[in-house]
Design a binder for this molecule. Structure first.
Ligand code: PGA
Length: 252
């Protein structure tokens, strides 16, 4: 049975103290919860990763990085490698977030290399994709999503899919307070599962978790997560508050 996942993308928020305090509250709040078949992940900034990973060790909370470079080491000022993430106990990385694509020029080709580097280091990947508003209005959203997934992930061996988590994030819903309707999310997630099944097989498609992201909050999560092909959420704003995030983790 595929896992349900709630992942908090802290983006460029929280200094070291705030990050430690937030993870501490989340760990504490989830301690007594059953969380059947549910994984809880938080993604702080690079400067807080080591400390947050340390605090989360042995708890129900897992820690992810928000990005990484595809090279091992070298003259890449400002970048961090998979090896470095692993050295601080981080085994999950978010790749292809629309903010990385839009503001930092990340292309499908770069992302495919990052995917390979993460997998070579036995890391799990939360792979993000999603259309912008103009593309949805022009009814191109299925094509855009398919091409982002195809270019980033369809070169992989079938066995690699154990390490892939998909995150559909319509760009028009990120940080805007406007969510895709549960029906729109379900429609896209079912489409995604179908293209994975067609390219690989039914087993892989059935087992891959597909998260929805874009203005998920404690008020709308239950309905979105109840959709058949929605296996959880990648959460930005609402993940910065421990109480909200804990509620989200219990929304299945
Ligand atoms: P949001 O961000 O929940 O603040 O819309 C989601 C994301 O970018 O992952």
């Amino acid at each position: 049975m595929r896992k349900q996942i709630v992942a908090g993308n802290w983006k460029m928020n929280n200094d070291l103290e705030a990050s430690k305090s937030l993870v501490k509250k989340i760990v504490k709040g989830l301690k007594k919860e059953k969380l059947k078949n549910t994984r809880v992940i938080v993604a702080p900034t690079f400067v807080s990763l080591a400390k947050v990973a340390n605090k989360a060790k042995g708890t129900k909370v897992e820690v992810a990085a928000q990005n990484m470079h595809f090279e091992k080491s070298g003259a890449f000022t400002g970048e961090v490698s998979a090896e470095m993430l692993k050295s601080v106990g981080v085994k999950i990385v978010i790749l292809g977030h629309s903010e990385r694509r839009e503001y930092f020029g990340e292309t499908d080709a770069m992302l495919a290399k990052k995917v390979d580097a993460a997998l070579a280091n036995n890391m799990e990947i939360i792979f993000c994709f999603g259309e912008v508003l103009e593309e949805r209005k022009a009814n191109k959203h299925f094509d855009v999503v398919e091409s982002q997934i195809r270019n980033g992930l369809f070169h992989l061996e079938a066995s690699a899919w154990d390490s892939i988590i998909l995150a559909y994030e319509p760009v028009w819903a990120i940080g805007t307070g406007e969510t895709a309707s549960p029906e729109q999310a379900q429609e896209m997630h079912a489409f995604i599962r179908k293209i994975v099944a067609d390219e690989f097989n039914d087993d892989i498609a059935e087992n891959v978790s597909i998260l929805y992201g874009g203005s998920v909050n404690p008020g709308n999560a239950k309905e979105i997560f109840s959709k058949e092909d929605v296996d959880g959420g990648l959460i930005g704003g609402a993940a910065l508050n421990a109480e909200n995030f804990i509620t989200l983790a219990k929304s299945f």
